[in-house]
Write a protein that binds this ligand. Sequence first.
Ligand SMILES: Cc1cc2nc3c(=O)[nH]c(=O)nc-3n(C[C@H](O)[C@H](O)[C@H](O)COP(=O)(O)OP(=O)(O)OC[C@H]3O[C@@H](n4cnc5c(N)ncnc54)[C@H](O)[C@@H]3O)c2cc1C
Length: 421
Amino acid sequence: MSQHIVVLGAGVVGTTTAFALAADGHRVTVIDRQPGPGLETSFANGAQISACHVKPWAEPGAPWQALKWMFQADAPLLIKPFRWDPDLWRWGLRFLTKCTAAQARESMNRALRIAIYSRSVLGAWRQQTNIQYDQVLRGILHIYRSPAEFEKGKALAARLSEFGLRQDILDPDACVACEPALAHLATRDLVGGILSPEDESGDAHRFTAELAKLAQARNVTFRFGETVKTIDRDGKRICGISTDRGYVEGDAVVLALGSFSPRLTRELGLNLPVYPAKGYSITAHVTKSDAAPTVSILDEARYMVFSRLGDRLRVAGTVELGGWSMDLDPVRVKPLLDNARETFPEASDYGEVAPWCGLRPATPDSLPIVGATSFENLFLNTGHGTLGWTMACGSAKVIADLIAGRQPEIDLEGLGIARFA
Ligand SMILES: Cc1cc2nc3c(=O)[nH]c(=O)nc-3n(C[C@H](O)[C@H](O)[C@H](O)COP(=O)(O)OP(=O)(O)OC[C@H]3O[C@@H](n4cnc5c(N)ncnc54)[C@H](O)[C@@H]3O)c2cc1C
């Protein structure tokens, strides 16, 4: 039955949700405070569709590593706990409870379920719509700079293979054969690589913007420049959405506000353990095409990704847990630029580099919160953390299935809010 669905947020998660709902014949209204789709965290991320990179942050050893990095301003993971921030402390305590081997294994299994599914939904939509977003379907190459890290990578690859994911172990020569732009690094400290040939990359913002156009042609209305103030309830139902421009009613509401989701659910008594994990990227203009990679690369030693987006090279990484500030800190940008210059020195003249930061909506177990709530017409699609682009299309399809009363195509065990009860 066709309904009117209100989607809060037009990032990659909200926009894919609107598209999936419109495919079911619903009338959809999307509300976002920005002037267009995908302008916050979905804007300049690492661009990877990386089903093979689902290892959760919370694992044994993570607290110790985080502690060691706490006083290093340019560390890959920086936590700022010495401020008045009860949200971070609560989130951190939950995170600590997830740092066991058993929980890490469980979280990875759950993440794989939705990430692999999402990659297949993206592929299907690409075929249906011929959407173009600087996609590169040549896999993702994980590169290693030390034998110990490479051994760890191989152990993980063996586990991923058990899930039917292809993992090709490459020596440095094979890495260069796969990606000739790595020739420079091969003379320095490249010890090997693991290619995930079924993974992909592409510009999440361009995808979101193009999909929004397709959605508009299918009965989706975007209300941009409008800020959601409250989600209003009447008993166990959501009766409407108050914004700075008025009041919107719908048969059902999907919350997809990324890192800002908890602010809107608090008054409903729904505490979402979603906290902003700030990350940075730089985008450089490619000045020498064959010196820049085309295969998307994950530099495991430096916690950074390189993705080719047409004539641009995106370098992304770093995590900072320290609130919702969107200030660009040059100290956090510098390691990205330094690594790009060192790894692909001739790819760009690095003259015109666009720095950016975004707030990953992170949960303590690195899994999204997707599904129904105790309110009969409120659905959650948030908390995708480091993998929102990877998981967006699958999460969107799950929400559309739930609203249509269909059985989702994957098991939702461990992916909903109930796991934090
Ligand atoms: C540096 C970096 C690199 C990353 N690399 C990758 C990667 O390679 N692969 C991957 O899969 N993921 C990656 N991610 C993660 C991914 O970008 C996010 O998980 C994803 O963008 C989250 O999408 P979203 O739609 O939930 O949030 P957002 O894109 O933030 O969308 C939320 C929307 O809600 C709107 N909003 C918020 N509050 C209000 C309000 N009160 N009223 C109205 N509108 C509101 C915002 O304007 C925004 O448009 C990366 C993230 C970062 C920061």
